[in-house]
Design a protein around this ligand. Sequence first.
Ligand code: ZN
Length: 250
Amino acid sequence: MNSVLDALSLTSGFQLPVTTTAAMSRADKTQTVPDTEPLQVIVIPHSHNDPGWKKTYREYFDDQTTHILSLMVKKLHEYPDMTFIWVESTFLDTWWLNQTLETRSRFKELVHSGRLEIASGMWVAPDEASPHYFALVDQMIEGHYWVKKNLGIVPESSLNYDQFGYSSTMPYLNKLAGIKHVLIKRINRWVKEKFGTQHRMNFRWRQIWDSQGLDDIFAHVCIFGRRISCCFEHAHGFNSIQNSRVETDS
Ligand SMILES: [Zn+2]
């Protein structure tokens, strides 16, 4: 597979629902009984390294990020079945400067073999509710330029994991930048429950003006969240995970 996030495209083959931001806000609390098919669990290790929150950029890098990146290269080299997704280009830039040519070469090999995916590729993973679109485009150019120059690739998937509100502009900008899939997480809990019960966690995100779907982008809503942890174990009408319903492949 070309992209680690292509694993999420397992549903291609049946008609994906189309959803706009307005449709998300109309979802209500209706619940349906879940099916009893065995669960397929896909574990996707990925970065979520904020360059600023409770520490300075330098503290986040020195305390955690540099070790994550170095260990990732080491462990993926040791374990050929492991994969990883990295998002924030700014930390790649800082880390890259201190690496040997051999480590850089290993890193690039992992990228080009498909085991290490650079998702989003923006300078940072942005909030989408507050920034002006110009700021989003500006830092997307910065990040994509770094990725292209140093790794020779253009990101194909976007992983916007921890935004405090999503903008319908972002998938449009992503589409223009060559992104083919987007993964989001922090949508309204009732919308997420509604999507879960209707099997709409995969959908084509359509712009409000785009009657023909020319700018549709494949979107996946990550099932985890702070208030709705995991639909399979959620108290509102979902069954708990049981061994008899889980197939393993390792
Ligand atoms: Zn965060």
